[in-house]
Ligand binder design. Structure first.
Ligand SMILES: O=C(O)CCC(=O)C(=O)O
Ligand SMILES: [Fe+2]
Length: 228
């Protein structure tokens, strides 16, 4: 789906993207979506939001970190959308993930976790601290506050010993705009999304999970609790 993705994103980042990713567990991919890609995926997400579900709870298996968000699991997206599953398995997109990851990546079998939609849309909405079950997460931004002061920032800490260390001084913070993306080494990098600070703000992402031929998922109940 070349017209939805900016094929030059890695060239713009320079030659050390994969090295930075290996070191930081994170690589920003600014402007990965073209204007057309953002428009088309934005319309798709707006349609899917009608069947998405509100979640407000503390996730026991992730240190009781908060979830205040509206979500849609991959199993529903797989039935309701042809575009998102096609983009998920798009060769050029998976090639980009492979290049940054520095190893072969494959699709996640689990229909719930492979591609999910996360919408923060109320004041205080947040996706609390966790690690993912699968090694790689490609997060695509369809909506996000333009001003970092409005929240919706990603905090992350690679090779985190525990989720609590995510609020230590070593954690980093990243701001993204609609059309941006990032790749995360998501099974070993603790991460969370900071709360939206006031009403009227929205932050919508697609999260595409990938694994490798040798990786074994960290099985937690988190995806079931958030997406089923
Ligand atoms: O919204 C984000 O930036 C992160 C999403 C995430 O961590 C997840 O869906 O597991
Ligand atoms: Fe995550």
């Amino acid at each position: 789906m070349p017209s939805l993705l900016d094929a030059d994103v890695l060239t713009r980042l320079g030659p050390d993207g994969a090295d930075r990713f290996a070191r930081d567990g994170y690589l920003a991919l600014p402007g990965l979506l073209t204007g057309e890609g953002l428009a088309v995926l934005g319309r798709e997400a707006t349609g899917l939001e009608a069947v998405a579900r509100r979640r407000d709870f503390a996730m026991a298996c992730m240190d009781d970190s908060p979830r205040h968000m509206t979500t849609l699991g991959g199993h529903v997206i797989g039935r309701a959308s042809t575009l998102i599953p096609a983009l998920y398995r798009d060769r050029s997109l998976m090639g980009l993930v492979r290049e940054v990851a520095g190893e072969p990546v494959i699709e996640v079998d689990d229909p719930v976790e492979r591609h999910v939609l996360n919408i923060l849309h109320r004041a205080g909405d947040t996706h609390g601290a966790h690690t993912d079950d699968h090694p790689y997460a490609l997060v695509l931004f369809l909506e996000a506050p333009d001003d970092p002061a409005d929240g919706g920032l990603v905090r992350y800490l690679p090779r985190a010993a525990s989720l609590r260390t995510l609020d230590s001084g070593r954690a980093r913070t990243a701001h993204h705009r609609a059309g941006d993306a990032y790749l995360l080494r998501s099974d070993t990098t603790a991460h969370r999304v900071t709360p939206l600070v006031r009403p009227g703000l929205r932050r919508t992402v697609l999260n595409f999970a990938y694994t490798t031929p040798v990786a074994r998922p960290h099985r937690t109940p988190s995806a079931t609790e958030l997406y089923e």
